[in-house]
Ligand binder design. Structure first.
Ligand code: ZN
Length: 300
């Protein structure tokens, strides 16, 4: 039996092979994976187990739960597509332990672990019982035998651990690939953020050339603010030059103090008010704070 994948060196007769799927789209994806220059006879040729990952297979729950001693033959999920190419030799591992199969010496990884754990527990229990009943002489032969037994199974346990290690390395490899992808994505986003910050700072610098900070604050928040005296004085100059233009600018939402705020400033500075200010009697007097002293904590 040969594998349909180009360059696959799997020649194990024991290996499992899988027929190409019946669904045309799926079959095409399998064919593409094979990277063959000649035509594949998808009715006869097969792909070996080494090109699939563990998650491509259906779980064998009865076996995992210990209902059956032997696992059932591997069964691919309908949506599975081969993904492991032969150049990933470092992560090449045998699926035989998953198959169980006919080889009686090949106990599955899970089975081995269970057996070793059971033996160790049994051994520990016996030791404890013996130390409790230590009135009698200790029989010399039995413990020695058991120690040998545990050593032999520890060897099997080690083999099982080695296999598990290979599986974990494979998983780790996949995760590091995913991490690299995430890191690249993150870097891209950081660059976008930096670019957008630079644009924002540039815009802010340009705005600062035209407007005072309280004015920018008013533009940003759109709320009423307490104007610092300097802004009020500047606005007053503008108002004095042309009240009509000033009103027009206010209507166009320029960040300027209201005419009422100007008149109040005028009053509080006890200057001679001009008739052009419309100051209603009885209206609340708003305290004007010089917020330039307040470390840019403008009051809304
Ligand atoms: Zn193969």
């Amino acid at each position: 039996m040969f594998c349909a994948v180009e360059g696959c060196s799997n020649r194990k007769s024991k290996s499992r092979y899988f027929l190409f799927p019946k669904d045309a789209k799926m079959r095409q994806r399998w064919v593409e994976f094979c990277r063959r220059t000649d035509k594949i006879n998808t009715k006869l040729e097969k792909i070996c187990v080494q090109h699939f990952v563990e998650s491509d297979f259906e779980r064998d729950l009865p076996y995992e739960l210990g209902v059956y001693n032997k696992p059932r033959p591997l069964k691919l999920k309908p949506e599975s597509v081969p993904s492991v190419s032969n150049n990933e030799e470092d992560f090449d591992f045998e699926y035989e332990e998953l198959e169980g199969g006919d080889d009686k010496q090949e106990k599955s990884l899970a089975q081995r672990k269970r057996i070793v754990d059971a033996l160790l527990t049994e051994y520990e229990e016996k030791q404890t019982n013996e130390s409790l009943e230590q009135d009698e002489e200790i029989t010399d032969d039995q413990p020695t035998e058991e120690v040998v037994q545990v050593v032999v199974d520890a060897d099997a346990y080690l083999t099982a651990l080695e296999r598990e290690n290979i599986l974990l390395r494979r998983e780790n490899f996949k995760m590091s690939l995913a991490n690299k992808k995430d890191a690249a994505e993150k870097q891209k986003l950081m660059q976008q953020l930096e670019a957008s910050n630079a644009r924002y700072n540039n815009l802010f610098t340009q705005l600062e050339k035209v407007f005072s900070r309280p004015q920018i604050h008013k533009l940003q928040s759109g709320k009423r603010i307490m104007w610092p005296k300097q802004d009020l004085r500047d606005a007053f100059t503008l108002y004095a030059a042309s009240p009509t233009v000033y009103s027009m600018l206010l209507q166009k939402n320029y960040p300027l103090p209201s005419t009422r705020a100007l008149s109040q400033m005028n009053n509080s500075e006890t200057k001679v008010t001009q008739d052009s200010f419309e100051f209603e009697e009885g209206s609340e007097l708003i305290e004007i704070i010089d917020i330039t002293q307040l470390d840019h904590n403008y009051i809304n």
